[in-house]
Design a protein. Structure first.
Ligand code: ZN
Ligand code: ZN
Length: 167
C-alpha cells in the first residue's frame, strides 16, 4: 500500500484509508490460510524532511486451535507508528528512507500482521481440547476416558518414583 506524498507539498497532514492483502505464507500457520485482507486507516504528518505515519490496521486471520485443532477466526487490531525521511543523512535506524514520491507501507503492515499472531493459538481461553484417548472434542461432549487417562499417567509417575516397587 503506497501513500502519495506529493499531496504533502502544500499541507502538513493527509489522511488515508485502504485495504491490502497480506501474504501469510512465510508464517507457517497451522491453518491453510494463505493471505488476509487488512484494512488500514491513518494519517501522515509532514515535519521538514520527515513523514510520521500513524494508523490502525484491522483484519481477521484463520488459525487452527492448538488444543482442539478446530479452525477459528482471530481478529487483529494493531497500531502503526513509523517515521520516514527523505533526508539520507539521517542515521536513526528507526527511520525508513524514502526516495520516491510515495511512502510504501506494505512492509510495515506485513510486519504488524506477523507480530499480532499469538504464540499460542486458542479458539477460546478455556478451550478444553480433544481427548487424547478417543479423540472426542471435549468442548462439545465429555467422554468417559478422562479418568482412565489420568490414572494411567499417575501409574507412570509411580513407576518413575518407585521403579522397583511396581509389578
Ligand atoms: Zn480449541
Ligand atoms: Zn475420550
Amino acid at each position: 500500500m503506497k501513500i502519495d506524498i506529493h499531496d504533502l507539498a502544500n499541507k502538513s497532514e493527509v489522511t488515508f484509508e485502504s485495504e491490502q492483502a497480506v501474504s501469510l505464507l512465510g508464517l507457517n500457520l497451522s491453518s491453510n490460510a494463505q493471505s488476509c485482507l487488512v484494512s488500514i486507516a491513518g494519517t501522515v504528518t509532514k515535519k521538514g524532511n520527515r513523514y510520521l505515519v500513524r494508523g490502525d490496521i484491522a483484519s481477521t486471520i484463520k488459525l487452527l486451535c492448538d488444543r482442539c485443532t478446530n479452525e477459528f477466526e482471530y481478529p487483529i487490531h494493531e497500531e502503526l507508528y513509523k517515521e520516514f525521511s527523505t533526508d539520507f543523512n539521517e542515521e536513526d535506524e528507526d527511520i525508513i528512507h524514502v526516495t520516491q514520491s510515495s511512502i510504501d507501507l506494505s512492509d510495515i503492515i506485513a510486519e504488524a500482521v506477523c507480530l499480532s499472531i499469538p504464540m499460542k493459538c486458542l479458539c477460546r481461553e478455556d478451550c478444553k481440547g480433544i481427548c487424547n484417548v478417543c479423540g472426542q472434542d471435549l468442548n462439545e461432549h465429555t467422554c468417559c476416558c478422562q479418568n482412565a487417562d489420568i490414572d494411567s499417567r499417575l501409574e507412570k509417575l509411580k513407576n518413575i518414583f518407585h521403579p522397583q516397587s511396581e509389578e
